[in-house]
Design a protein around this ligand. Sequence first.
Ligand code: NAP
Length: 512
Amino acid sequence: MTAPIQPGTRLICPLIAATVEAMRADMIAAVAEGADCLECRLDYLSHPPDDEQLRDLLTNPPRPVIVTCRPVREGGRFDGQEAHRLALLRRAGRFEGVEAVDVEFDVPAEDWPAEGRKIILSRHDFQAVPDDLDELARAMDQSPAAVNKLVVQPAGADEALRVFDVLRACRKPTLALAMSEAGLITRILARKFGAFGTFAALTAGQESAPGQVSLAEMKHLYRWDAIGPDTDVFGVIGCPVTHSMSPAIHNAAFAATAQNAVYVPLRIEPGNEPFFRFLDAVRQRAWLSLRGLSVTIPHKENALACVGAEHCDALAVRIGAINTITLREDGSLRGENTDYAGAIDALCEAMSIARPGLKGRSAAVLGAGGVARAIVAALREYGATVTIYNRTLPRAEALAEEFGCVARPIARAGRTDAEIVVNCTSLGMHPKVRATPLRRLPESVKIVFDTIYNPVETRLLRDAQAAGRQILSGVDMFVHQAAAQFETWTRLPAPREVMREAVLRALGNNEP
Ligand code: NAP
């Protein structure tokens, strides 16, 4: 008689080494990284192990083990005979440290390589989230297997949310998750919904399925140990979204202030319609406790349209974009633009003035894209005079006309008589770090603000500092916009120093 499956949500590390020795070594490494369950993927071994090798692998493992030998037909690597595969699983499943044996849904119960109370019955769809997902889950729930496992491929984060419906409906321990970037939320929130477990790779590059994050990311970036049924959820909507620094900065802030909250990446395909679909899917699932959203490229304009101008701050409406949504408990939404607020507040802080102190000050804004638009609108709102310098002059002229400024070609920026220079072009951004939008700094310029944050210190800022001018980096703006979001959502003062350190760490990690 085998021990029953233990309750609790496991952080499972799939082990995909090619040899038994390496897989055994990876067990130790995975436990050191925080895994509390190990999946031995026998199909990744270069040769099917003999009895002695199985003994070396599975005797006294440092954590409970799941054995899996996934056939090619279900996305695995085992391409031998089915009878040999099941025999291997049967031999492996007899070891005491093996908590469960994974077997595919299409294997008849009479051929299962272990008794039902040790079986994880699994089904993978690498193409889509099947329409009949709920029925499939019900059928699995009625089988004699101890655990249901359902893995799907969502087109966007809205579809991925259906996985949570399954977790909530199943009566047996269930592992349900969605793959790829769009499914990340399902991997991170497994504990919130009491899933049997979630998978996390030993290190980046050792994933056994698309979208798996590493153990270290799960524990340290996504607050695995802090997540429970009552955890509030926040996230960033974008496409792509995996490289956003927002999860690092917000999760660090939640941890520093002991909030029962987690912040996740949410991939939504471009366009208004996918954005609407996601918000609808969220509204139908109040139990998700989604409280706030950051919005990044390409959705800032869609977000304004979806939330509705009447629910957004007036300047955000003039800018035509929001980057922050608050979801209230009554289901209503509120939209804000903390990009402009972050930029303007970072600038005011550096100048030791409040926003009204900008009145009558003169600024040269370099660039006429999305960021320039937000900053020009805010500078004008608080009474600064603004000249917009851009490579494509008609773009600068259109922006200048809208906000009552002057437009000039970028080549003339070196002749500005403004006190403040704000670079909103991408000149100087990684990898072309030797570029600068301004080769000569006129005497009038007292403060230079570069919105670029990668690198933290651009050539423009280095030149300005060498010339004795005050400087302000894109990191300051990024921290201020995130801090404003944090304060909107939590009504607490943002731990700005912690947030700044998180951004600098994330930028360090992003460097090639
Ligand atoms: P965008 O809409 O694509 O605008 C890009 C701007 O850069 C345009 O004015 C463009 O001029 C100009 N530009 C690009 N290449 C140029 C070149 N070779 N020579 C001269 N001008 C050039 O981009 P965005 O969203 O506004 O972002 C602009 C910058 O803001 C980025 O560098 C990004 O690092 C920074 N940013 C910072 C934060 C933060 O929180 N700190 C957040 C978002 C973005 P044309 O009109 O002539 O094409």
